[in-house]
Write a protein that binds this ligand. Structure first.
Ligand SMILES: [Zn+2]
Ligand SMILES: [Zn+2]
Length: 270
């Protein structure tokens, strides 16, 4: 039996969807929620929240990983509608013109920590072709923790250090290397995606997961899966193989682009 089903978690995760057409993840503790990225329209974000009966009013802040549209498309309208602050690094604020577009923008730089909705939030630098990209680790007071790393061409030592000991992980599994190499993308785009400032392959993500696996790990999700250069079955298989190779029996989830799913329950998305 997966150990996940044996206890109640104080940290709940709702992946609203992930991929090049939009990314958003709701991280909920006992005192409210934080939305990481808002790559769907505000209307679509609210619709996806409603599918899981999550009231938007429980969102206390929106955190932005980087300025690319698939992470920011709906942030201006949603932040205004919910009247919540937006946290981003200085480079993301500048490149995304966030200070012009949004009333309450606050800084959160790589290496810094803050507290939102009862969650300790730590930012760490990622490696991506954006101005100043970051990932996040969330720690609840009860000990549950969630690490989210996406849109990074390398799993950097900084990310590995920040995510050590997390009970839940969301790791980018963007592309299968062979599918990307043989696929329809133009050469320059293939080079960009596979570069150290692009996106993690399944192989690179597996290596990252093996670094981070530990006895307290409760569930893992694969994020930002390409619909052209990857398949959910490949990602799920890769996640399962990595997890079983270190002797763990925990749920793995391949997050889809077009529908939300929860972690830790259910174990997989229908
Ligand atoms: Zn992206
Ligand atoms: Zn990006």
């Amino acid at each position: 039996m997966p150990r996940d089903s044996r206890r109640t978690h104080s940290l709940r995760l709702l992946f609203l969807g992930s991929g090049s057409s939009g990314n958003a993840t709701l991280v909920s503790g006992d005192s409210g929620s934080v939305l990481v990225d808002c790559g769907f329209s505000a209307k679509e974000t609210l619709r996806r929240l409603s599918l899981h009966d999550v009231p938007a009013e429980e969102i206390r802040a929106i955190l932005i990983t980087h300025e690319h549209t698939d992470h920011t498309a709906g942030v201006r309208i949603l932040a205004k509608r919910l009247n919540v602050p937006v946290f981003a690094s200085s480079g993301t604020r500048r490149a995304g013109r966030l200070d012009y577009l949004i009333e309450d923008v606050r800084g959160l730089e790589a290496g810094e920590e803050t507290s939102i909705a009862g969650l300790r939030v730590r930012a760490f630098r990622t490696s991506h072709d954006a101005a100043d990209p970051i990932g996040f680790r969330f720690d609840a007071a009860t000990g549950d923790s969630f690490g989210l790393v996406t849109d990074t061409g390398e799993f950097t030592p900084e990310a590995a250090e920040a995510l050590t000991g997390c009970t839940f992980l969301g790791i980018e599994h963007n592309h299968d290397e062979t599918m990307l190499a043989n696929g329809p993308y133009p050469h320059f785009l293939k080079r960009r995606i596979s570069s150290s400032f692009g996106h993690l392959s399944n192989t690179a993500a597996s290596e990252a997961l093996l670094q981070l696996a530990h006895d307290g790990l409760q569930a893992v999700a694969g994020l930002h899966v390409s619909r052209t250069n990857n398949r959910s079955e490949i990602v799920s298989g890769s996640l399962s193989a990595s997890i079983s190779s270190v002797g763990l029996d925990i749920p793995v989830t391949c997050v889809a682009q077009d529908r939300p799913c929860m972690m830790p329950l259910p174990a997989t998305c229908a």
